[in-house]
Design a protein around this ligand. Structure first.
Ligand SMILES: C[S@@+](CC[C@H](N)C(=O)[O-])C[C@H]1O[C@@H](n2cnc3c(N)ncnc32)[C@H](O)[C@@H]1O
Length: 397
């Protein structure tokens, strides 16, 4: 994998065998640095009551201070001998060109403007965290983010079962070989950073998993197994465009805990939509009508209303609420299938077009960050294609 440096075994290792032990004393986190003593700068622990003169740092702020201080000292004394801890610090990367936060700090608006909406939202969260650290806001939850020499060199694997396990104990940290797979000398030692989709990997870590082959209609999914296309913005826009009727629908979703987090997935196949998105699509397949008011409309106005309702199922609000209850009990009415398929097809087409437009913003950029962003946009477009094809075959849910 093209992942910079990594960990590699130098001898054969049995499945489940411990590869590495890091005693508490070499770990760098607030617990270790304060050794349980109360310090005015120490991040608050659970149950700590902040005193008026304490200005605690968050863990990230504290570790950033330690690293900044080390870097400053190394600059003034470049020839000083390296201790083990210095060697660890010196091994850390000093530039992060593929992490979108760097694009913001460098003012690379071209790359930023091509981020797909969900990745842009995730990036915004990373940026807010970063800004909060700069502003030194009070962080009241317990945090004990740790820098771990050597272990921090482990790259992420996407292959389930191939990852080495990190175990925490009062003595420190242990890295163990995969439970069911021996390692041979020369194998890379990987861990998992979590079941992340590519947008998260890009904005949090600056990398993503590219597919092994070029996708075509027939190929099975060989990209990130956790790939997803988030469509919250597009769904919210649809409800908003429906005015009061949309607000009624949003309220139904909120009541049932289905508000937001609407996703499409290429794997496991067939490409499909999440249950939450399905619920939103059901509501989009409904048109509300006040029968009494409609009966008073002119023929022309009634025809215009019919056109607006399109293929959707028309209900009075009371009947819609009753049908909705049925759906939340897992008993949808088959009359909704066609309008839902239709709504999904249009949504997928919009996603494809939006990604192509975003890709257009990367013209003339052939650097690594733009390459990664292009992969993300291509992946999202491919998911939309696959879900649309599944919907046409009646398999998207
Ligand atoms: C904990 S560090 C691992 C050591 C890192 N490779 C280095 O050279 O310092 C995490 C970083 O490694 C890279 N990385 C980790 N796993 C990767 C993977 N599967 N593919 C590409 N890059 C990866 C990313 O840049 C990520 O932010």
């Amino acid at each position: 994998m093209k992942a910079g440096r990594g960990l590699v075994t130098t001898e054969d290792i049995q499945a489940g065998e411990v590869l590495l032990k890091l005693p508490q004393s070499v770990l760098l986190n607030p617990s270790q640095m304060t050794r349980g003593r109360t310090m005015p700068w120490a991040p608050l622990r659970q149950g700590d009551v902040p005193t008026s003169n304490a200005r605690p740092l968050s863990t990230h702020q504290l570790l950033a201070c330690v690293l900044a201080q080390w870097r400053a000292t190394r600059t003034t004394e470049p020839d000083a001998e390296l201790s083990d801890r210095d060697a660890f610090f010196a091994s850390m990367p000093s530039a992060f060109p593929t992490v979108p936060l760097t694009w913001t700090l460098d003012g690379d608006t071209q790359l930023l403007s091509a981020l797909p909406p969900h990745a842009a939202k995730l990036h915004h969260k990373v940026q807010s965290r970063f800004e909060a650290d700069w502003q030194r806001i009070d962080a009241l939850e317990e945090d004990n983010f740790t820098l771990a020499p050597l272990l921090d060199m482990a790259n992420h694997t996407f292959v389930q079962g191939e990852e080495c396990k990190v175990r925490l104990s009062p003595e420190g940290m242990e890295l163990c070989a995969p439970a069911h797979r021996a390692l041979r000398a020369g194998d890379e030692v990987c861990i998992t950073y979590g079941p992340h989709a590519n947008a998260t990997l890009l904005v949090e870590y600056g990398f993503l998993l590219a597919p092994k082959t070029t996708w075509n209609n027939a190929s099975s999914w060989d990209g990130n197994p956790h790939a997803e296309l988030m469509v919250d913005d597009a769904i919210a826009a649809r409800f908003q465009a429906e005015g009061e009727e949309g607000a009624w629908k949003v309220q139904r979703l909120e009541e049932e805990g289905y508000s937001g987090d609407y996703s499409m997935h290429p794997a496991p196949e067939p490409a499909h939509v999440s249950h939450r998105l399905l619920m939103a699509l059901w509501l989009l397949s409904v048109a509300l009508e006040d029968k009494q008011a409609t009966s008073k409309l002119s023929l022309r106005a009634r025809a215009a209303l019919k056109a607006k309702q399109g293929l959707r199922c028309v209900y009075t609000p009371k009947e819609a609420a009753r049908q909705w209850k049925q759906v939340t009990y897992g008993m949808p009415d088959s009359r909704h299938e066609r309008p839902m398929q239709d709504a999904l097809g249009r949504l997928c087409t919009e996603m494809v077009e939006q990604r192509s437009a975003l890709e257009g913003r990367l013209q003339n950029r052939h650097d690594e960050p733009a390459g990664l962003l292009r992969l993300l946009l291509e992946e999202e477009r491919e998911i939309a294609y696959r879900v649309r094809a599944s919907a046409e075959r009646g398999e998207a849910w």
